[in-house]
Write a protein that binds this ligand. Structure first.
Ligand code: FE2
Ligand code: FE2
Length: 278
């Protein structure tokens, strides 16, 4: 509640002048300022001249990166379609400023993934497969609400996968440098998504919450299936999808109200209790 209160207040005429807004993760403008301060250059801040040697993990790692590339693309497209709608719906103009920083971040992530994959002679292919998914996610009833919830899943998942990648010895230094920079952005995206989820919950009555919970149940089953489909590649690089699922479910559960409303069913509880859900 507190987070959303601040987000709402900062959109209010009586809020403190913008110039006094500090860079912090509790308000939309604060997050935007954090993004400005943490800006990095995908061309210069990574030493691209080093050779990339991956050994036995090469195939698995490339496949995981192709998957991520598609996810970044999809994320960028959905934000662009829905950020103005969201700001209008919640009457928080600052959301647009913040989400435009997220667009910039995701575009940079696409840039570095492309560059890295080209260096490995495995350029990303044209992203036709995701077009229907983006259409599905952005059309129909409550697109803003569904997008905000889905993003909480995907951003925390990306954070957990990036975190694990940094622990893997077989990933080369260029790859790790790239992941480290992206992880900083993703941590901010998780904070932004938490603000979005809190705003959404504050604006949703029991009926809307009921339908969103129904949708969430279907969505997470499909999304978890997707994460598990990476197992053959995960096995090659030493990243177990079940470990990733448990890690980021625990992270999502840090938001108590969200946890009570959306993670109380057996499917989610199994991840939170460290069991493998069926
Ligand atoms: Fe990203
Ligand atoms: Fe992100």
């Amino acid at each position: 509640m507190g987070q959303a209160m601040e987000a709402t207040l900062s959109g209010n005429e009586t809020a403190k002048p913008e110039i006094l807004e500090k860079a912090n993760a509790r308000t939309w403008d604060g997050l935007s300022r954090m993004a400005f301060a943490a800006n990095w250059d995908p061309e210069k801040d990574i030493d691209w001249d080093r050779p990339i040697e991956l050994g036995a993990i090469k195939e698995g790692w490339i496949n995981i990166l192709h998957y991520f590339y598609e996810g970044e693309w999809q994320g960028l497209e959905i934000i662009q379609r829905l950020m103005n709608k969201a700001a209008h719906m919640f009457k928080i103009n600052e959301m647009v400023t913040y989400y435009s920083t997220q667009c910039c971040d995701e575009a940079k992530h696409l840039f570095v993934f492309r560059k890295y994959l080209y260096k490995l002679n495995s350029p990303p292919s044209k992203q036709k497969a995701f077009d229907p998914l983006v259409w599905l996610a952005t059309s129909g009833p409550m697109p803003v609400e569904r997008w905000i919830l889905a993003t909480y899943f995907t951003e925390t998942m990306a954070g957990a996968i990036f975190q694990k990648s940094l622990e893997l010895e077989a990933i080369d230094p260029v790859g790790k440098e790239m992941i480290k920079l992206m992880l900083k952005d993703e941590s901010r995206h998780i904070a932004g998504t938490k603000l979005g989820v809190q705003t959404l919950m504050d604006h949703s009555g029991p009926l809307k919450t009921f339908f969103l919970r129904l949708w969430w149940k279907i969505f997470v089953r499909l999304a978890v299936k997707e994460v598990r489909s990476l197992k053959p590649f995960g096995d090659q690089v030493g990243m177990d999808p079940e470990y990733i699922l448990q890690k980021f479910y625990a992270k999502m559960a840090e938001m108590e109200e969200f946890s009570q409303k959306f993670l109380s069913d057996d499917f989610s509880q199994n991840f939170l209790k460290g069991k493998t859900a069926a």
